[in-house]
Write a protein that binds this ligand. Structure first.
Ligand code: HAM
Length: 423
């Protein structure tokens, strides 16, 4: 038997309800904040991600699913959505009508990472982007939206980490000072960090090796190097979050794994998860649109990992709720043909009810057992003798009471039952 690919799990029928619920809550909340959905292809030209995410990032260096198509063009399965959304924004000139364009995308992403608990090679994100404005008010609204989303999903105990990583005016100064510091502690750093020092030194702050962590914890802080404009932006973001009573922790070590960020960066962490405890992350990326060939367009956004939300909910959940008892099972007794039962079942479904019938030729007893197992609230039994009189039996599967009713009226009666009876 051919098995699925490691790190790319199936979402099975008894799990898909949770995914649907998660995504429908997301759509509802995003709609309230004025975001419109965009769906971009799951593959793009490789160059888009190399330029967008940055050549010296782990994603571009090690994790992309890149292939040449039959025409010899290098394509990549999207490892994230921001670059694709910005490409579409610029390509279709979506900014022409409005100075702030609010987009969201829900779908699978692909990264060739080492699979482990909470880390997959195909995973799903809800990605949100506010494209067009530079001011801290947008940062605050975007973080407040993410906070609202997590709350609407029912998550508790999430911790917001916040940082400013400066901009092209001030980050080079920090980079220089940081490199000087790293140079003095070179022998304590791992081999990977030696390479990071030449390619992308800030990533050293994110290394999990104990030696590197020790060096990083003593490193000069980025906050000391922010230019006045970045400092003012960050303090405005912090003050507005305080005003909205959204708790956060300033985390100087929060550098994100993608190169496009400027100024505000943030992550929501769930301390109840293991090593992969970031449920969502994002930040401002004022240079990306231009980098990808568009007009200068300051923007900010985030992505939520759907698997990590569902795991977080499972970790905090109490006993599993049993599904409600709903709908109607249409059963046949004796030699009654299937056709009238099929017809009635279709009518009931069109009337908005959950309905089923037996397609396996079970006995009446077997059919009623199945109706109970599948949690049907009522059954309608079609018997030869009653049908000849144009009547059927309506049975309450909870109390067991039953009554004869005209076949022509049964759909009306069932549809008219109070909702709590039927649902
Ligand atoms: P990211 O931090 O790479 O950011 O991913 C965002 C979230 O996706 C993570 O916090 C995590 O929950 C989930 N995630 C990432 N990789 C995996 C994986 N291998 N398995 C399971 N879940 C994963 C971005 O992708 C940026 N595009 C976010 C953004 C949008 N920044 C600005 N706009």
């Amino acid at each position: 038997m051919i098995k699925g690919v490691r790190g790319a799990p199936d979402i099975l029928p008894d799990e898909s309800g949770k995914w649907q619920a998660l995504e429908s809550v997301a759509r509802d909340v995003l709609d309230r904040y004025g975001y419109a959905e965009i769906r971009t292809p799951i593959f793009e030209r490789t160059e888009l991600f190399v330029r967008g995410i940055g050549e010296a990032t782990d994603i571009v260096e090690k994790e992309m699913y890149t292939f040449d198509d039959r025409g010899g063009e290098s394509l990549t399965l999207r490892p994230e959505a921001t670059a694709s959304m910005i490409r579409a924004y610029a390509e279709h000139n979506l900014g022409a009508k409005s100075s702030l364009v609010k987009l969201y995308l829900i779908g699978p992403m692909f990264r060739h990472e080492r699979p482990q608990s909470g880390r997959f090679r195909q995973f799903h994100q809800v990605d949100v982007e506010a494209i067009g404005l530079p001011g801290p008010a947008v940062d605050v609204e975007v973080v407040a939206l993410l906070h609202h989303l997590l709350e609407a999903w029912g998550l508790r105990g999430m911790r917001l980490h916040l940082n400013s990583i400066g901009d092209p005016a001030c980050r080079p100064r920090y980079r220089e000072a940081f490199l000087e510091y790293l140079g003095a502690h070179r022998e304590a750093l791992c081999g990977d960090c030696h390479i990071r020092m030449t390619k992308n030194p800030l990533r050293v702050l994110d290394c999990k090796q104990p030696g590197c962590r020790a060096v990083a914890s003593e490193a000069p802080a980025l906050s000391g190097y922010l230019c006045d404009a970045c400092r003012a932006h960050f303090s405005e973001v912090c003050a507005s979050l305080d005003a909205l009573r959204i708790a956060y922790e300033v985390d100087e070590r929060l550098v994100r794994g993608l190169d496009y960020y400027t100024r505000t960066t943030f992550e929501f962490l769930n301390p109840a998860l293991g090593a992969q405890n970031a449920v969502a992350g994002g930040g401002r990326y004022d240079g990306l649109v231009e980098e990808l060939g568009g007009r200068p367009t300051p923007s900010i956004g985030f992505a939520v990992g759907e698997e990590r939300i569902l795991t977080s909910l499972a970790v905090q959940a109490g006993p599993v709720e049993t599904p409600p008892i709903t709908g109607v099972y249409v059963a046949t007794a004796g030699a009654v043909e299937l056709r009238p039962a099929m017809e009635l079942t279709q009518i009931l479904r069109r009337r908005g009810l959950r309905a089923a019938l037996d397609l396996e030729g079970r006995s009446l007893k077997g059919q009623l057992r199945q109706a109970n197992k599948d949690r049907f609230r009522y059954s309608v039994i079609l018997g030869t003798e009653e049908l000849a009189r144009g009547r059927v039996t309506l049975k309450d599967m909870i109390g067991g009471a039953q009554q004869e009713v005209p076949l022509a009226e049964v759909a009306d009666r069932l549809a008219a039952l109070p909702e709590r009876e039927i649902v």
